[in-house]
Design a protein around this ligand. Structure first.
Ligand SMILES: [Zn+2]
Length: 242
């Protein structure tokens, strides 16, 4: 077994253990979620480096006898201080890391998962307030698609009919259903559906160029947050209030 392994990793969460040690969770491109101990007193250089949303080159040492991993080096390439300049940005960033941890780092497509996470955090770092909600929808829609849990935006899940560009649809028990099949459930109008389709094709940094009415963005946000809640079996409250 290799005892020292390097990763390209994003810090998701850090928790204090006792006086001077901490536990950290990372998303890595190579192996998904990693959990390791960060040893060191207040003057350890790792203390400042291993903090949420920092990303860089991580070196872990594995002790197979004691069955633990410890952080021996973390060279930060991206610090993202802009996230801490605004409370809502910070809340969105924590909701993103909680979503990743709750879905076990996406369960296998880690390289892509890290790409989505870093692009979203980078976009939030500089985003103006009116982009906070569109960016949240963009992240959740891409994340749900990565998990393979996104319903088709083109066909009714119940009767299979093609959904026209102007069709009103309803989200019922994980399915997107046409107006002929139901009038119950969470409404997703044509504008919201077209916008979701568009933002599903673009990176987070381009979100400002894809506008929609506030009502459509709000419908799309309700749709993706309910979809995420049903997929994870867990509510991540920040996404509902952003
Ligand atoms: Zn139908």
């Amino acid at each position: 077994m290799l005892r020292n392994i390097r990763y390209n990793a994003l810090v998701l969460k850090v928790k204090a253990v006792g006086q001077s040690h901490r536990e950290a969770w990372f998303l890595s491109a190579e192996s998904g979620i990693l959990h390791a101990t960060v040893f060191g007193g207040p003057r350890s250089h790792l203390k400042g480096a291993v903090a949420p949303f920092h990303q860089g080159n991580l070196l872990l040492y594995y002790n197979p006898v004691k069955d633990y991993a410890k952080v021996t080096e973390f060279d930060v390439c991206t610090w993202r201080p802009g996230l801490r300049e605004d409370y809502q940005r910070l809340m969105a960033a924590f909701a993103l890391t909680e979503t990743i941890l709750s879905s076990y780092g996406s369960g296998g497509t880690w390289h892509e998962a890290l790409n989505i996470a870093e692009a979203t955090l980078d976009a939030y770092t500089e985003a103006s307030e009116q982009l906070y909600r569109p960016l949240a929808v963009h992240f959740l829609w891409h994340w749900i698609s990565l998990l393979g849990l996104n319903p088709s935006l083109e066909h009714c899940d119940r009767c299979g009919a093609l959904l026209s560009a102007h069709a009103l649809t309803f989200f019922v028990h994980g399915s997107l259903v046409c107006e002929s099949c139901t009038h119950d459930g969470l409404a997703l109008g044509a504008g919201a559906r077209r916008w979701l389709h568009s933002i599903g094709q673009i990176p987070a940094c381009s979100i400002a160029r894809y506008s929609a009415s506030p009502a459509s963005i709000s419908q799309a946000k309700n749709f993706v947050t309910v979809l995420l809640r049903e997929s994870l079996g867990k509510r991540i409250q920040t996404w509902e209030i952003i």
